[in-house]
Design a protein around this ligand. Structure first.
Ligand SMILES: *Cc1c(COP(=O)(O)O)cnc(C)c1O
Length: 372
């Protein structure tokens, strides 16, 4: 085991998710890609490649990572605005590219060796309530609304892409598709593929997998010539990793506090941004068990709080705590604010054996800030 804090990826749980996604893929006749922005622990890419069709990238570096670490599979990329320099590299690595505006498509349509190209559209229908995650807000910077698209703009494009969901069920997709079809269906005959983005919470307990498969099959029956892609991120590694930390110190100035060696701000930033309360092994809701603590990180940020949790026994310094659902939007988003060390990354194999994949040091902090 590495020293704490460390992320521990659970291979068995990852594979369980992948098996469910492979079933959707098989039964619905669609292709499913890993959205790397949620989870890019590339030591697991050979396993992911066994079950999915490939990856999608948010830009140059993720596209390159997929090319290096999952070379046998499809490699898609989307970015709000590519540069010429990036495109020179991207055309070597990607087989599908999604543009965010007609201006981008015009700029790059004659670029040498351009892969199969699509356009991200904004059909304006979203059930996301948190504006920061809603690409359909008025004046959105993501995707082309129908009113701004002329039929001739689509000449040469092979696909359309939308991404308007976030942690949502198959019912939301079923309500979303009619908007996509009503506005953009007239262009489908000239296309080869459509991509319904991410935000499909397929591996969450209670997700209606049957409805998803039916919705996708019905769509495919209406447009049999179209390849259909989904590109979930969360769903691939949902509940497939932990963050292992220890209690550094405990005190009570009117509220029992425990300072951990893991930080919400540095190591689990979505806990603050989303926000959400990660599960913690052996704990209860505040007040549920006898001893309630506010758990916080070792940074100077007043809001570096993971949440309030209760325990059957008082916490003691040196005690290990294990947070769940820590594989997604964690390793890919962490930072060294306050010079806090980055957690190591470990992999728990199906056999139960734990392998340390990566440890970090002072050099990782310093090298990002200047000449070394
Ligand atoms: C974020 C994103 C995804 C993955 O979303 P999840 O919510 O992690 O499933 C897929 N495609 C695009 C374009 C995205 O921006």
């Amino acid at each position: 085991m590495p020293s704490t804090p460390y992320y521990l990826i659970d291979e068995a749980r990852l594979e369980r998710n992948l098996k469910l996604l492979a079933k959707v893929r098989r039964e619905a006749g669609v292709k499913i890609l890993l959205a790397q922005k949620a989870f890019s622990a590339f030591d697991t890419y050979p396993l992911i490649a066994k079950y999915l069709d490939g990856t999608t990238a948010s830009g140059l570096y993720e596209a390159r990572l997929a090319h290096e670490e999952m070379p046998s599979k499809e490699n898609h990329v989307f970015n709000p605005a590519f540069t010429e320099a990036e495109m020179t590299e991207i055309v070597q690595w990607c087989d599908h590219i999604v543009f965010n505006s007609v201006a981008q498509w015009r700029r790059f349509r004659d670029f040498p060796h351009l892969p199969s190209a699509g356009l991200r559209v904004n059909h304006g229908y979203s059930e996301i309530e948190h504006d920061i995650y809603n690409p359909c807000v008025v004046g959105s910077r993501l995707g082309v609304p129908r009113a701004f698209l002329k039929p001739e703009d689509l000449e040469g494009l092979e696909g359309l892409h939308f991404h308007t969901m976030c942690e949502q069920g198959a019912d939301v997709l079923a309500r979303t598709l009619p908007h996509f079809e009503a506005q953009f269906g007239e262009f489908f005959p000239q296309l080869k593929w459509v991509n319904f983005g991410g935000g499909h919470h397929i591996t969450k307990p209670g997700y209606d997998v049957k409805l998803l498969i039916k919705t996708l099959k019905d769509f495919r029956a209406r447009y049999p010539h179209l390849e259909v892609y989904l590109e979930p991120g969360e769903a691939i590694a949902l509940n497939a990793g932990y963050l292992v930390t220890i209690v550094r110190e405990v005190f009570d100035y009117g509220r029992p506090i425990a300072i951990l060696d893991a930080s919400a701000e540095c190591h689990m930033p979505d806990v603050i941004a989303m926000p959400y309360r990660p599960p913690l092994k052996g704990s209860g809701l505040p007040g549920e068990k006898r001893f309630t603590y506010r758990l916080g990180g070792p940074t100077c940020l007043a809001g570096d709080v993971i949440g309030d949790y209760s325990f059957a026994r008082p916490l003691t310094p040196g005690q290990e705590l294990v947070f769940g659902d820590m594989a997604i939007y964690s390793m890919v988003k962490n930072n060294t604010f306050n010079g806090i060390p980055l957690p190591s990354i470990a992999l728990k194999r199906k056999s139960g054996q734990v392998e340390t994949l990566k440890t970090f040091s002072y050099a990782d902090f310093k090298s990002r800030l200047g000449r070394v």
